[in-house]
Design a protein around this ligand. Structure first.
Ligand code: NAD
Length: 302
């Protein structure tokens, strides 16, 4: 194997330790800790496990954390009332509404009701606009793209002047990471191309990428011959391609694969992220970072 592995599991530990230390310092100096509330409507098993992990991580880094679980038939009005309550709560600096919401609730209306200064997911149109403007305007970069950029920086990959090709144009990964990589500043200043289902010749674009960020959700989409030797390959894709029995628990677990042919790509790339254990662990980590930032903005120390 020639490529260096960029492991999200290791970077997560470093960042969570940094956050824990900073939380303790702020608590000592200012007598306050970041507060994060997660609102869960209904009992979708995947949502419960995401929320549990978020709350567990928030607890680990010393945050004040609330898991607000609501019944599946909670009305839209009641949910908006709940958001209003947390918008006004001085002990809460980050509000998360776990998606998907039940069908009778207008998701967009609910997400747009969150105070942009507590929108630590970074999906509110105000924060999307701030990200587009860049520089000091940015408050909360969305968590998965922020995690991708952090991995690239911590791996020591040169981004200034680099050709970055992003595969995928979703609002949660493709568009924001492309936008972040083209801004001036550390971990960016790149020349960016976004390719998608409307692109004529995917291979030719990928082949000139110094940094190839793939977020399509198509297993094995990126072939080894599309990778420039020595490139940094960030595989965001998480695809369930089968099931196996866990050696640890004896229970059935999903076999996951990325969007890149990892075994072949690692012989060509300079850096590569594995799936699982690559980008995946970074999302919740960056959520913690955004929540800490939210408190720091409030205290005027960001
Ligand atoms: P999405 O379905 O919203 O968007 C996928 C994008 O890829 C679309 O813009 C589409 O145009 C493009 N695309 C799809 N097939 C293509 C093809 N054959 N050729 C070119 N472009 C193609 O998906 P998303 O939400 O951006 O997620 C993408 C992948 O990343 C998924 O596998 C998802 O599970 C994973 N993901 C992982 C994390 C994480 O690890 N934390 C977070 C978010 C998403």
């Amino acid at each position: 194997m020639s490529a260096k592995l960029i492991k999200g599991t290791e970077i997560r530990e470093q960042i969570l330790e940094e956050i824990t230390a900073e939380v303790a310092e702020i608590k000592e100096k200012h007598g306050v800790v970041p507060g994060l509330v997660t609102i869960l409507v209904g009992e979708n098993p995947a949502s419960i496990s995401y929320v549990t992990l978020k709350i567990k991580t928030a607890h680990r880094v010393g945050f004040h954390e609330i898991q607000d679980s609501q019944p599946v038939d909670l009305s839209e009005e009641a949910l908006l009332g709940l958001i209003d309550k947390y918008n006004k709560d001085d002990a809460i600096h980050g509000i998360l509404v776990q998606l998907p919401l039940p069908k009778h609730v207008d998701e967009k209306k609910v997400l747009n009701a969150i105070d942009p200064d507590k929108d630590v997911d970074g999906f509110h149109p105000v924060n999307v606009g701030r990200l587009m403007i860049g520089g000091d305007e940015v408050k909360f970069p969305p968590c998965t793209p922020a995690g991708i950029q952090e991995m690239i920086v911590r791996a020591g990959v040169e981004t200034k002047g680099a050709e970055v090709v992003v595969v995928g144009r979703s609002n949660i990964v493709g568009k924001p990471i492309a936008n972040m990589m083209l801004q001036k500043g550390v971990g960016a200043n790149s020349t960016v191309t976004i390719v998608h289902t409307g692109t004529k010749d995917l291979a030719s674009h990928c082949q000139r990428a110094d940094i190839l960020i793939v977020a399509a959700g198509v297993p094995g989409l990126v072939k080894p011959e599309w990778i420039k030797p020595g490139a940094c390959v960030i595989d965001v894709g998480v695809n369930r391609i089968g099931e196996k029995i866990s050696e640890k628990t004896g229970k059935k677990i999903a076999i996951l694969s990325g969007d890149v042919d990892f075994d072949a790509a690692k012989e060509i790339a300079g850096w590569i992220t594995p799936v699982p254990g690559g980008v995946g662990p970074m999302t919740i980590t960056m959520l913690m970072k955004n929540t800490l930032k939210s408190l720091k903005f409030k205290l005027g120390i960001a």
